[in-house]
Design a protein around this ligand. Structure first.
Ligand SMILES: [Zn+2]
Ligand SMILES: [Zn+2]
Length: 239
């Protein structure tokens, strides 16, 4: 929409085009955002009692806690795609604001002394121009008033797309993908790792292994969205 259309037309929803109160999202699209209220503390999958899920009991992940703000579906998926692949600044702003608000509203606290974003390979970063995980980590760094370690973790290998791969294939794909720069880590042993979407956890596991090898003792994972595995009973969710 150009400035003239914006001037002449009433505010509309950025996603579906319906008339909205402001030039943001309409009530219908807002209702299709699913906040995760209670979840498994280790893999962030929604449940109704904060209990550790069967999968995490059987095979605990490589971090102390994992949390996710929203289910990766509906409006959040659409906005994330628009941000990541469509490079839409308005989608970035909405998601970063939602992340900021979630951290504030839930009074999210962490014992971490620093934040690290899941990095992109420099080649891919040049092509896309931005890293969604990094933008979210910057947001978290502002709210939580923790330093963002920009050079602690790097992605050395240009991996194939993870889409469509199962967890084992994803882990195989990510072997040796990340490495830690001790100078960048600056001796932090208690770290908050941030990514955009938690799908199988393979990316975070790969990062966690490297960080732990480099001396990180406590690792917490925070992602904007959690993809639900097929057939997951998505309860209880609020909007
Ligand atoms: Zn809408
Ligand atoms: Zn779990």
């Amino acid at each position: 929409m150009n400035w003239l259309e914006r001037f002449l037309l009433p505010p509309h929803c950025q996603l579906c085009g319906a008339t909205a109160d402001q030039d943001e999202l309409c009530a219908g699209c807002v209702a299709d955002v699913h906040v995760i209220d209670t979840a498994c503390p280790l893999c962030a999958l929604p449940n109704d009692d904060h209990s550790v899920c069967a999968q995490c009991t059987k095979q605990p992940p490589h971090w102390q806690t994992a949390q996710s703000c929203f289910v990766y579906d509906g409006t959040v998926t659409q906005l994330m795609r628009r941000w990541k692949y469509g490079k839409q600044g308005s989608a970035e702003r909405l998601l970063c604001e939602a992340f900021y608000d979630w951290i504030e509203a839930t009074e999210f606290t962490t014992e971490a002394t620093a934040i690290i974003a899941v990095p992109m390979h420099p080649h891919k970063l040049r092509k896309r121009g931005f890293n969604t995980a990094y933008q979210l980590a910057r947001t978290a760094s502002r709210v939580l008033k923790l330093p963002l370690l920009e050079h602690a973790l790097k992605r050395d290998h240009l991996t194939d797309s993870q889409a469509g791969l199962d967890k084992a294939a994803r882990q195989q794909n990510l072997l040796g993908a990340f490495s830690v720069t001790p100078k960048g880590l600056a001796g932090h042993r208690h770290v908050l790792l941030i990514d955009d979407v938690y799908t199988t956890g393979a990316t975070a596991i790969s990062c966690a292994q490297q960080l732990q090898n480099a001396g990180v003792i406590h690792l917490h994972l925070l992602t904007l969205a959690r993809a639900l595995p097929p057939k997951h009973d998505a309860l209880p969710l609020s909007t």
